[in-house]
Design a protein around this ligand. Structure first.
Ligand SMILES: [Zn+2]
Length: 121
């Protein structure tokens, strides 16, 4: 199965099912809602909202990030008015005071990890 890049042109490389319209990130070659193989490219972002986060003190498996580092779930609006929730790392330094729930996040392109930086209010 083909591995798709996480980002295209600074946006999330999601896939949209042409049969049931389900939007999925990361993009796969099949729909996990209706099992269709009829998937189109669908780019989302680069701006989203921080929904939740936690600080990790363990070594990450990918990405070469040094602990402690914040991990987040951010919500991104799609063109059709739906939302997708995306898990990724926040680019921030201790004591992480810039991180605020509901504040904007902006995607930062990376090959291995989904990364966000905090936007301003
Ligand atoms: Zn589908």
């Amino acid at each position: 199965m083909k591995r798709h890049p996480l980002f295209v042109e600074g946006k999330l490389n999601a896939g949209k099912c042409n049969d049931c319209e389900y939007i999925r990130f990361p993009r796969m070659d099949y729909c996990n809602k209706c099992q269709s193989m009829n998937i189109s490219d669908y780019l989302v972002g680069p701006k989203g909202k921080l929904m939740s986060y936690t600080i990790s003190f363990s070594k990450p498996m990918v990405g070469g990030i040094k602990p402690p580092y914040p991990y987040a779930v951010a919500r991104f609006d799609t063109e059709n008015g739906n939302h997708i929730d995306v898990f990724g790392a926040i680019l921030s330094q201790e004591p992480f005071e810039d991180i605020k729930i509901n504040r904007d996040v902006i995607l930062v392109s990376d090959k291995l990890l989904v990364k966000f930086k905090m936007g301003s209010d």
